[in-house]
Design a protein around this ligand. Structure first.
Ligand SMILES: Cc1cc2nc3c(=O)[nH]c(=O)nc-3n(C[C@H](O)[C@H](O)[C@H](O)COP(=O)(O)OP(=O)(O)OC[C@H]3O[C@@H](n4cnc5c(N)ncnc54)[C@H](O)[C@@H]3O)c2cc1C
Length: 481
């Protein structure tokens, strides 16, 4: 089997890259390799919000790289109308891909101060960028009926920021690609990348088949790391990719009449609580985020319990009587520095597109177009913004990183209803967490401020995780020294 392009990964980035490549080079043959049922894939577990302003945190403007990524989110939004039209031109009317709704960001006091900072920054950037929005009376948000002690005190409506149904998007892309007759879907798993004479020659599959190709793209989400390990000359020079394990729920008969995306800002190491009208009148509730070194395919009971608890308290009490249709789990591809990896590598013809973390669906038309153009160029030019082979990029200095880490841990406590004694204990708890954070970073003993969301997994399994992350950071830095 020989193709012009072989893609490892059949999530939104693999399919979108194939579609963008096909539009630029219609006669090229493309193979898309990935398991048909996509176990642990991020795309199908996602609420698939078009998060631009809703994703903003206090770090967005403080970090030049986060600001660059925010610029990507704005640019991606411009791509969506033409992208949807291009897919829909190849899909019957009853299966068209549409983005719906707007977003309402609510601020309540269930979590910690991270919520306030992010909310203020969202409001500031909405004004700065002239984005249409309005402040709402939070008690008037349609469908929002939280418990009294969880009621929000501020709300912002962003009409230009809705969501897309990820299942429909994947189905639409699949159908559009099948119609071209130039694209083959292979229900298998890539186990290695073939390199011959310094050039990527294709992929070895679990079934024993070898797919030969002129260009090879790895867009395997949280499954990227084991595959890239077969090319040590690249993997030793790229930030590792981890799994941001996220659980979400689909609920029928929830009694909750939400008709927009209703979300909190990003909080407590995760993407905030959000509820939105999902497929077939079901309510979608998301999402947890727990960083792991390998993808997971089943949600934990604690994740399900946490989400139900948050939704009942902060969205609507009636949800408790809803019928659980599915508890989904998806693995966000998270790089060592939390930023995307996109572009060519030192091996000719080998490209990577991953590390999209929380907003890969929204970014997909933009990233797909970029990677397709790069693959059709001479094949070696690096992506100027977030190259695949790079030193880890610090998102903030040590002082900010450590303070953020403490804030995140405090938020976890509050969201889990930890009742601290009123007098003196909040400061005491902060001091305790501050020492924990200082100790963890001291144990890691590197000059790279690892993003705080890695700390819980390191803290839980210190004996193995401290040396693991220390080595990962040091060896990546020395590969670029
Ligand atoms: C709970 C949750 C909520 C989210 N909410 C949003 C949101 O609101 N908005 C947004 O834009 N983004 C959101 N995201 C993030 C978004 O889902 C991801 O950034 C995006 O889907 C990543 O796409 P992908 O194609 O890289 O990965 P995936 O969707 O994970 O696809 C990778 C595919 O590659 C396959 N694969 C893995 N290894 C191999 C291999 N060796 N060979 C072949 N195939 C392989 C996997 O089976 C999988 O099907 C969310 C994610 C989660 C988990």
């Amino acid at each position: 089997m020989t193709f012009d392009l072989a893609i490892a990964g059949n999530g939104v980035l693999g399919l979108s890259s194939a579609f963008a490549f096909h539009r630029l080079a219609p006669s090229a043959t493309i193979a898309i390799i990935g398991p048909g049922d996509r176990p642990g894939g991020a795309t199908l577990a996602a609420g698939a919000m078009h998060g631009v302003f809703g994703e903003v945190t206090a770090l967005t403007s403080a970090s030049p790289h986060m600001l660059l990524k925010f610029g990507w989110a704005l640019e991606a939004r411009k791509h969506w109308p033409a992208w949807r039209d291009a897919i829909n031109a190849r899909v019957p009317v009853n299966r068209q891909v549409e983005s719906t709704g707007g977003t309402i960001v609510v601020l309540n006091s269930v979590s910690g101060r991270i919520d306030d900072e992010a909310y203020l920054e969202i409001a500031r950037l909405l004004a700065l960028y002239g984005e249409p929005h309005e402040a709402l009376d939070p008690s008037m948000v349609p469908g929002l009926a939280p418990l009294e002690d969880c009621r929000p005190f501020r709300a912002l409506h962003i009409p230009g920021e809705g969501r897309i149904d990820p299942a429909r998007l994947l189905a639409g892309l699949t159908e559009a690609l099948r119609r071209t007759e130039r694209v083959s879907f292979i229900d298998d798993e890539a186990t290695g990348i073939r390199v011959e004479g310094g050039w990527a020659a294709g992929l070895a599959l679990r079934s024993g088949t070898v797919v030969r190709s002129g260009r090879t793209l790895v867009a395997a989400g949280a499954g990227t790391a084991p595959l890239m390990a077969s090319v040590p000359e690249v993997s030793s020079r790229m930030p590792g990719v981890f799994a941001g394990v996220g659980c979400s729920l689909e609920v029928a008969r929830s009694g909750c009449a939400i008709d927009h995306v209703v979300r909190t800002p990003n909080r407590s190491f995760a993407c905030g609580l959000h509820a939105l009208p999902g497929n077939g009148g079901h309510l979608y509730i998301g999402a947890t985020n727990y960083l792991k070194t390998a993808p997971q395919v089943r949600p934990t009971l604690s994740d399900v319990h946490f989400l139900i608890d948050c939704a009942v308290a902060q969205i609507g009490e009636t949800i408790q009587g809803g019928h659980l249709v599915e508890a989904k789990v998806g693995n966000r591809p998270v790089s060592l520095d939390g930023l995307p990896l996109i572009g060519g590598t030192c091996v000719g013809g080998l490209f990577v597109l991953t590390g999209t973390y929380r907003d890969g669906i929204h970014l997909s038309p933009l990233l797909a177009d970029r990677i397709a153009r790069q693959m059709l160029a001479d094949g070696t030019e690096p992506e100027p913004d977030f190259p695949v082979e790079r030193r880890p990029i610090p998102l903030s200095d040590w002082a900010i990183t450590k303070t953020r880490a403490v804030d995140h841990f405090m938020s976890v406590l509050y969201e889990n209803q930890a009742a601290l004694p009123r007098c003196g204990w909040q400061a005491l708890q902060r001091d305790h967490l501050r020492s924990k954070v200082e100790r963890l970073y001291a144990d890691l003993d590197t000059d790279f401020p690892l993003p705080p969301e890695f700390l819980p997994i390191i803290d839980l399994r210190r004996e193995t995780m401290v040396p693991f992350f220390r080595d990962a950071i040091r060896s990546l830095q020395s590969a670029h020294s």
